[in-house]
Design a protein around this ligand. Structure first.
Ligand SMILES: Cc1cc2nc3c(=O)[nH]c(=O)nc-3n(C[C@H](O)[C@H](O)[C@H](O)COP(=O)(O)OP(=O)(O)OC[C@H]3O[C@@H](n4cnc5c(N)ncnc54)[C@H](O)[C@@H]3O)c2cc1C
Ligand SMILES: NC(=O)c1ccc[n+]([C@@H]2O[C@H](COP(=O)([O-])OP(=O)(O)OC[C@H]3O[C@@H](n4cnc5c(N)ncnc54)[C@H](O)[C@@H]3O)[C@@H](O)[C@H]2O)c1
Length: 457
């Protein structure tokens, strides 16, 4: 049995940085990874998808060249193997960078294999037993595969497969109309595929305000993407042209025939094969590890960070989990996950940047609110760039003047939202954002105008 000061299971977005802190503190740490260092984000999530989104944007702009007076003599062609190689190289560079970083730490041992608890302080990897008084779980998640009728009879992809695809499907049917589904939908449409999104809910990205769902749907449909919402009867069967996806039992065409299927219907935590019962670690009904505000589990000496604790589902929330745990263990702080203000972006084009509460959530919370909104056609920078789709929106507390949340569906929205996010983190009122003097010409310069437009909501 090998003994360490700490064991980390999973080299995703929190584990490697925590290993770095143990190493720097002169403590021995083992980090165990069963597949690729970097986890979902680096290998099958953020990195490859955002690189593919960049290729799709290049194709889109090239097709729009004439709008800018740029003349291309022949139609735009997609070299999908080259697109995929570029994306994969970005992943490999990042994965290898992470590996050499971990391997270069004198007090850190990177162990390859699947880890499973034998007891609360002992973990098995293959034939080897490892023990430590402190164990940190960073095991992430994988694509959920619901028990759809016929799913076992047809070929399908998840995000892990499609990021390695080096051909353009003739007709890609995407089941799930949320973050993963929409990013792949627009990207593959721009690569030249026919694309249909099948969503069981009444609208796309159902957690957002209805006007955002509608605007996003309009943007995607304008590019020729078909959207079937309210698909309550999803089932699969073989078809001579690929796969038949049963969509609706009651209205509309009952089936969509696709050459390829992508499942994008949520994630499941990688906690079912960890031997958590042997350690006595509790999970909720969906398998997420239960943690307190300091990310400690119910078992002393065991913490859970990242997607597997169900407190976040993003790379930045996983990394912030590391920051919280490290600050509390090494820096004498008492950081809490409940202090985190959630921001995120959806990387369609134009992107959706979001922070804090939606208007719907603020109303549900019983707050007296003010809501401001302005179309992107009023943003000079957007007009100059020829990218005026979308709108900006801010929600504030009418009594305290606190900013409750904001959304920007528009060019540069993933960056511009940070102006509001930073103000909210600083506890500023909307007056302070209104009197900031933003740079011209930027997308962010419209935030003061959005605030001036606020009306009771
Ligand atoms: C297609 C897609 C696009 C995304 N885009 C974005 C984005 O743009 N922005 C964003 O913020 N988030 C994005 N995400 C979400 C983001 O990837 C995750 O939130 C993030 O990777 C979570 O990090 P993590 O460290 O919790 O887990 P992971 O990154 O999943 O890492 C967990 C690691 O643990 C390993 N592991 C699991 N079990 C064991 C075991 N028993 N033994 C040893 N090793 C084990 C796994 O192999 C994996 O390497 C995207 C996700 C997907 C699927
Ligand atoms: N830009 C980003 O930051 C980004 C991008 C991609 C993914 N992610 C992360 O990955 C996570 C997973 O994304 P996702 O889009 O797979 O999941 P999601 O949980 O956001 O959405 C799943 C979608 O599938 C639908 N669905 C669920 N079960 C279904 C069923 N049985 N039949 C039909 N439809 C069903 C839901 O109605 C929903 O629209 C997100 O929570 C997000 O945090 C982030």
């Amino acid at each position: 049995m090998r003994t360490f000061d700490a064991i980390i299971i999973g080299a995703g977005q929190a584990g490697p940085s925590l290993a770095g802190r143990f190493n720097d503190a002169g403590k021995t740490v083992a980090i165990i990874e069963r597949k690729h260092v970097g986890g979902t984000c680096v290998n099958t999530g953020c990195k490859p998808t955002k690189t593919l989104v960049a290729s799709a944007y290049a194709a889109h702009l090239a097709r729009r060249g004439a709008d800018y007076g740029v003349v291309l003599d022949s139609p735009v062609k997609i070299d999908m193997p080259a697109v995929m190689r570029r994306s994969h190289q970005v992943t490999l560079d990042s994965r290898h960078g992470n590996e050499s970083w971990l391997e270069g730490m004198p007090n850190c041992t990177l162990i390859r294999g699947h880890a499973r608890f034998e007891s609360k302080d002992t973990v098995r990897v293959g034939d080897e037993l490892l023990t430590a008084p402190q164990i940190f779980l960073n095991v992430g998640g994988r694509a959920a595969i619901p028990d759809f009728e016929g799913i076992g009879d047809v070929p399908y992809m998840t995000n892990s497969d499609i990021v390695m695809l080096d051909r353009v499907p003739e007709h890609l049917v995407i089941v799930g109309g949320s973050y993963i589904g929409l990013e792949f939908a627009q990207m593959y449409r721009r690569f030249g595929a026919q694309v249909t999104i099948v969503e069981k809910g009444p609208r796309l990205i159902g957690r957002e305000d209805e006007e955002i769902s509608e605007a996003v749907r309009g943007i995607l449909e304008a590019e020729g993407i078909k959207v079937r919402t309210g698909a309550e009867c999803i089932r699969f069967s073989k078809h001579r042209d690929g796969v038949a996806v049963g969509v609706n039992c009651t209205e509309g065409e009952p089936e969509v025939i696709g050459s390829d299927i992508l499942l994008a219907v949520g994630r499941s935590p990688n906690t079912d094969d960890l031997g958590l019962d042997k350690a006595g670690v509790e999970t909720d009904t969906r398998g997420y590890i239960k943690v307190g505000d300091d990310l400690a589990t119910n078992v002393e000496g065991i913490w859970a960070m990242g997607d597997c604790n169900g407190r976040g589902a993003f790379t930045h929330t996983a990394y912030n989990d590391f920051e919280i745990v490290a600050a509390n263990l090494f820096d004498g702080e008492s950081r809490k996950v409940s202090d985190r203000l959630l921001g995120y972006a959806l990387y369609i084009d134009p992107p959706l940047g979001r922070v804090g509460m939606s208007e719907t959530e603020a109303k549900k919370a019983g707050k007296k609110i003010l809501v401001g909104r302005r179309p992107m056609t009023q943003v000079g920078r957007a007009v100059e760039k020829g990218e005026t789709q979308g709108f900006m929106k801010i929600v504030a507390d009418a009594e305290t003047k606190q900013i409750l949340g904001a959304a920007i569906l528009g060019t540069g929205g993933d960056e511009s939202i940070h102006g509001v996010l930073d103000m909210m983190n600083a506890g500023a009122t909307f007056d302070e954002l209104r009197w900031a003097v933003p740079i011209h010409p930027t997308v962010s310069e419209l935030w003061p105008t959005v605030i001036l437009s606020m009306q009771p909501g």
